[in-house]
Design a protein around this ligand. Structure first.
Ligand code: LLP
Length: 404
C-alpha cells in the first residue's frame, strides 16, 4: 500500500491518459478510513462518507469495501450508493430544501433520512406516522468552518430546523407520533476546532430526553484537512477522546447506548487526489508572470469560489530555481488558481500538479466554455484504473435538441 504517488508515476499517468487529469490514490482513502477507525475504536461510532465530495462509482465501491457507510445529499446520490452496492441501512440521505417526493423515494429505497424543515417533517408525519424512523437536522446557531461559504450552522444559514423552533418540532412529533431516531447537526466544512463538535454534543445532551426513541446522534462532517504545507487538520484522536467521554456521560445519565454518526467527505478523499495540468503559455506583465495551464475553474473551482489554497508542484522541474507566479486557467474570465506563488521555474509544457484535489474537485466541475471534463484515474494496490473517460465533443451536445 503506497500513500503517496511519486512524480515519476504522475508523469507517466499524464503521458498515458493526457491532461488535465484527476488521479486518486485508493490506498490513501483506505488509510484515512483506518485512521478514523483506529481513533474511534472504543466508541460506538459510524462513519458515512459524504459522497458529494467524490461520486465516481469505483470510489464509492472502494469505500464500501472498507466497511464505511455513505451520506448522500440528493436522491441521485442515494441511487448511486445503491448501485455501488451499499446496503440501504448503511445509506444516509441528509436532505435540504427538497420536494417531499424525494423523501418518499428515499423511504422507498429503505435508507436513513434526515429531514431539515418543519414542512417536510409535517408531511412525513402525515404520511408515515410512527412507521419509519427518521432523523432531524437542526440549526444550532454556531459559526464554524473554514469560511462563510462553507459554514452551515450559523443563524443566517438555510440548513436545518432552528433550535428556537423546538416546540414546533415537538408538537409535530406528538401530533403524528413521529419516530425520531436521530438528531443531526452539520456546522460546516474545515472545522479544525474540536470544541465545535463538543458544543453540538452539549446541545444533543439537552435534547436527548425529549426524544425517547433516539438511536443516533449525528455530528455531521467537516473535519479539516491540511491544504497548506505547515497546516494541521482536525485532531481526530482528541475528537475521539472527547466524544467518547461525552458519550459515556450521556449513556450513563440516560441509561441508553447511543451511536455517534459522522459524515466525513474531505477527510476521506481530499488528500487522495492529485490534479495534473500542463502549462500552455507563460506570459509576463507588470504585475506578474502568468502561468496559463490547460484547465480552469471549470475543473477545479475551489480557488475561485472559496479562495481555497491548493499546493501546486512543478513536477517537470522539481529542482528548478524558485520564482513567483500567478497560476491561471484558460476560462474566458478571471480564473486564478494561485497568485504570487513560489514554484520551481516553470516552462511551457511543464506539468503542474494540484495537491489535495480529491474532494469537491472533479465533482464541482462543469463544461463551461464548452471544455471537456477531465478523465479520472484510480490507483489501487499498485494497479492503474481509468475510472472515467475524458469528455469528447459529442458529450457537449448530448442533451441538446437541434430544432432546425
Ligand atoms: N454532511 C453534510 C450534511 C454536509 O453538508 C457536508 C458538506 C458534509 C457532511 C461533508 O463535509 P466535509 O467533511 O467534506 O467537509 N465544496 C466545499 C465544501 C462544501 C461542503 C458541503 N457540505 C469545498 O470545496 O470546500
Amino acid at each position: 500500500m503506497s500513500l503517496t504517488i511519486s512524480n515519476n508515476q504522475l508523469t507517466a499517468l499524464a503521458a498515458n491518459f493526457g491532461t488535465p487529469l484527476y488521479v486518486y490514490n485508493a490506498d490513501k482513502i483506505t488509510d484515512q478510513y483506518q485512521l478514523l477507525q483506529h481513533a474511534f475504536k472504543g466508541v460506538n461510532a459510524k462513519f458515512f462518507f459524504a459522497c458529494k465530495s467524490l461520486t465516481n462509482i469505483n470510489i464509492l465501491k472502494h469505500i464500501r469495501s472498507l466497511g464505511c457507510n455513505i451520506d448522500c445529499s440528493s436522491i441521485n446520490e442515494a441511487k448511486l450508493a445503491v448501485l455501488a452496492g451499499f446496503n440501504p441501512s448503511n445509506i444516509l440521505y441528509t436532505s435540504n430544501g427538497i420536494a417531499f417526493e424525494e423523501i418518499e423515494e428515499a423511504v422507498g429505497l429503505g435508507i436513513n433520512v434526515n429531514i431539515d424543515s418543519l414542512s417536510n417533517l409535517e408531511k412525513f408525519g402525515k404520511k408515515y406516522g410512527h412507521g419509519y424512523p427518521v432523523g432531524i437536522r437542526l440549526l444550532p446557531n454556531i459559526m464554524a468552518g473554514g469560511n462563510l461559504k462553507i459554514s452551515t450552522g450559523h443563524d443566517k444559514s438555510k440548513f436545518g430546523i432552528p433550535l428556537e423552533q423546538l416546540d414546533s418540532i415537538l408538537n409535530l412529533v406528538k401530533q403524528y407520533q413521529i419516530n425520531i431516531a436521530g438528531l443531526h447537526v452539520h456546522t460546516g466544512s474545515e472545522i479544525k476546532d474540536v470544541a465545535v463538535f463538543m458544543q453540538v454534543a452539549d446541545i444533543f445532551f439537552e435534547l436527548v430526553p425529549l426524544f425517547p426513541e433516539l438511536v443516533f446522534l449525528d455530528l455531521g462532517g467537516g473535519f479539516k484537512v491540511p491544504y497548506k504545507e505547515n497546516e494541521t487538520g482536525t485532531d481526530i484522536a482528541l475528537l475521539a477522546e472527547k466524544v467518547q467521554a461525552a458519550l459515556i456521560r450521556l449513556n450513563e445519565q440516560y441509561g441508553r447506548n447511543f451511536q455517534v454518526w459522522f459524515e466525513p467527505g474531505k477527510y476521506l478523499v481530499s488528500e487522495s487526489g492529485s490534479f495534473i495540468t500542463t502549462v500552455n503559455v507563460i506570459k509576463k506583465n507588470k504585475a506578474a508572470i502568468f502561468v496559463g495551464v490547460n484547465s480552469g475553474f471549470n475543473h477545479l473551482i475551489r480557488p475561485m469560489f472559496y479562495d481555497a489554497y491548493h499546493k501546486i508542484d512543478n513536477i517537470s522541474n522539481p529542482e528548478g530555481p524558485i520564482q513567483h507566479y500567478a497560476v491561471v486557467g484558460n476560462i474566458c474570465e478571471t480564473d486564478t488558481f494561485a497568485w504570487d506563488r513560489p514554484l520551481n521555474e516553470v516552462r511551457e509544457g511543464d506539468l503542474l500538479v494540484f495537491n489535495n484535489a480529491g474532494a469537491y474537485g472533479f465533482e464541482m466541475g462543469s463544461n463551461y466554455n464548452s471544455r471537456f471534463l477531465p478523465a479520472q484515474v484510480m490507483l489501487k494496490e499498485g494497479q492503474v484504473h481509468l475510472i472515467r473517460k475524458r469528455d469528447v465533443f459529442e458529450d457537449l451536445l448530448r442533451n441538446q435538441i437541434n430544432i432546425d
